[in-house]
Design a protein around this ligand. Sequence first.
Ligand code: AHR
Length: 492
Amino acid sequence: MTVNLRINADVPVHRISKYLYGHFAEHLGRCIYEGLWVGEDSPVPNTDGIRNDVVSALKELKIPVLRWPGGCFADEYHWKDGIGRPEERKRMINTHWGGVVEDNRFGTHEFFRLCELLECEPYICGNVGSGTVQEMAEWVEYMTFDGESPMAALREENGQKEPWKLKYFGVGNENWGCGGNMRPEYYSDLYRRYQTYARNYGDNRLYKVAGGANIDDYHWTEVLMRESGRFMDGLSLHYYTIPGSWEEKRSALGFEADEWFETMKKSLYMDELITRHSAIMDQYDPERRVGLIIDEWGTWFLSEPGTNPGFLYQQNTLRDALVAGIHLNIFQKHSGRVHMANLAQMVNVLQALILTEGEQMLLTPTYHVLNMYKVHQDNDLLEVAYDSPVYSLGGDQIPQLSVTASRDEAGKLYVSICNLSHVDGACLKVAVDGLQAGSVTGQILTHKDLDAHNTFQSPDNVAPVPYNGATLKDGLLTCELPPACVAVLTLE
Ligand code: AHR
């Protein structure tokens, strides 16, 4: 099947915020403990307790921002339990995630150290569900107050004289569910109250994110925007790609074509969700000052057999790679309203970038897609006109292709293409207005097996390779794509 595409390199649509490439690390399963934090005394090489191998792999991705400490955990987290002498820190039960003991060894100081090592910005989520206004206010004071204050003194006592820079601050998480089971009217009032005391100290300016809707709860967005829109900088939205249903999840491995198709379709649904939530936001905020913050997205499958179901540890296949590519293309398209997105989660949980086992670590297909796509960060999005062929299965139809393009400051053009079909390849004929390209290079991620994945025995089973299916002739780019692939091309 031949598909004609036209990219307009002359007219930038909007800037692709680098914050669309954000991540999320929660006190859940083996994400923080083992995945990121092993402790100073661990045989795993570390810097101040943080794994060197994981940090160095993550740094490759140019991560702009990292959300912490949850998730559902955030509304049970009491930050003062996680500061001071490690051996004296309070032990608690992580009731949401596996009922295990949380010894608070990884707290505020350790999180800022992790961000420093990753060279990314912190995004902290405060506790509305079970915390007080005072507790949240004091956390902000502890992190950002410069000068004489009780919390600044406590921070200094704990070894950090200078305040940290903190911009992104979430006022609760999923307050319609694990964050308090609230009605939007009630949460909206609480949001107004809590955020009042999350102060801007000195030259630190908070970007306050209100807890947003679950999936298609448009009423939540309506109420929040109407009642509290003027008090917020961002409003969140959570949507996970779950083949089967929430009650009957499916396995990450060993699926058939119908589940592949269903997963692609459910990933594409993110486009509709953003469009419809944005339309509501547009009514109250036509200037698009308030960002839609998709601070949790990704696949959610059954936990790997033999692991604690509360730890949400799942394998990651070529299918996850497609899900990642599709989402990133959608976010880029909506970057005028979507100011940030955070993949759930960074290590060992849900659609992870990295899996670890003791001293071993592997990069997942999802990691590779994020690495291929990082070239888009902070570029201008370009218009791409095309009619996608249809991908059909069992009487249902979705577009076969998902494509976005961007241009960087130096004038290089990047095209990211996902071929969703598990059976059909595609031949793309791409005309570019406004760029006389002299060369094309690229990378492609694909495999003959739809559930191909990486294991500690075979860590490079799914990995990108140089793409040599593209040719340029008289300014026209031709690309031959196999089924089920993600490709990113550079034209210059
Ligand atoms: O990412 C796992 C959980 O999913 C988060 O803790 C919660 O916010 C969401 O329901």
